[in-house]
Design a protein around this ligand. Sequence first.
Ligand SMILES: *Cc1c(COP(=O)(O)O)cnc(C)c1O
Length: 385
Amino acid sequence: MDEEHAFETTAIHGGQEPDPATGAVMPPIYASSTFEQDAPGDDRGYEYARTGNPTRETLEANLAALEGAAYGRAFSSGMGAINTVMNLLEAGDHVVAERDLYGGTHRLFTQVYEGYDLEFTFVDMTDLDAVRSAVRPETELLWLETPTNPLLKVVHIEAIAEVAAEADALYGVDNTFATPYLQRPLDLGADFVCHSLTKYLGGHSDVVGGALLTDDAELDEAFGFHQNAVGATIDPFACFLVLRGTKTLPLRMERHCSNAMVLAEWLDDDPLVDEVYYPGLPDHSGHEVATRQMSGYGGMVSFELDCALETASEIVSSLSVFTLAESLGGVESLIEQPATMTHAAVPAEERRASGLADGLIRASVGVEHIDDLIADLDQAFDQAR
Ligand SMILES: *Cc1c(COP(=O)(O)O)cnc(C)c1O
């Protein structure tokens, strides 16, 4: 299925066959914590649901097919997946990570794993020399997101792969923002891809989940060991919801991308807006690399308002089509203020140093009609004009 069919077909059928027992077209939700053995140790592939569950395996196969990966593991959240990666490291190991990271990832690295004697260097990964000079003999992992959150910087995945290979370090890409529909990091040299399924893959803001995908059997084995040993596993009902979401991923991404492009252009023309961050705009710093490594520019648009933090807060509070909420990637448009919401855990000084202004707004552009989205922002901007 994966190799021979187009993405749209794989999204619907990848990893899924009608249930052999009943012919059910949709994967059954196997809500069983344990499985019968014919004799001690003689099971039918399943023993206990933390170790393995048929609904979860269907999801894992579907996600692997979408990323073009040989193996997939699903977790209870994106953070559960990322934590599993960190479980592979040991005290004294060093990690080089993108500076403009998802706030929760930054928190996990600095507030949990620095306490376990792991060391982290955060750099702007669009600066290859900075990445090279951050690497040390103890560097075991290079970690990035692209486009980044929330500044939508575009990191050259293939270029960083070379640095990771030179350093003999594991190389992971969080592909949550782009999704495999727009970007396939494994084809560009990443050792593994991580996802928050909570975002575009689930797509309907009704489920929390995470995943790790790789072509490396040994790495998958290690992920699987920790999935079972630590237990951050996703439940079968959540798996079912994500499987329902991935079927329409290509359709949704097309609309997310086209709406985001129109909105970014509209914002770019508005005098109240100081700066628009969207890789689809020709003057965006990452436009060229994005054009090469992505097949579309995604649904996330950030922009900086020329006003005080309080005014920016009022603007995002007075929208009616956009919902003021953290998270992203659902069919509905969400808007948020990183300084007071998603990135509040990042110390103010560090936040400003990485370019996150107080007036910065991040929009997850949904699949509503673009005219309604623009009219909504237009009326909210009126109070600051
Ligand atoms: C949301 C998110 C995560 C964390 O995923 P959860 O499902 O919320 O645990 C990690 N990386 C990125 C880029 C995200 O947007």
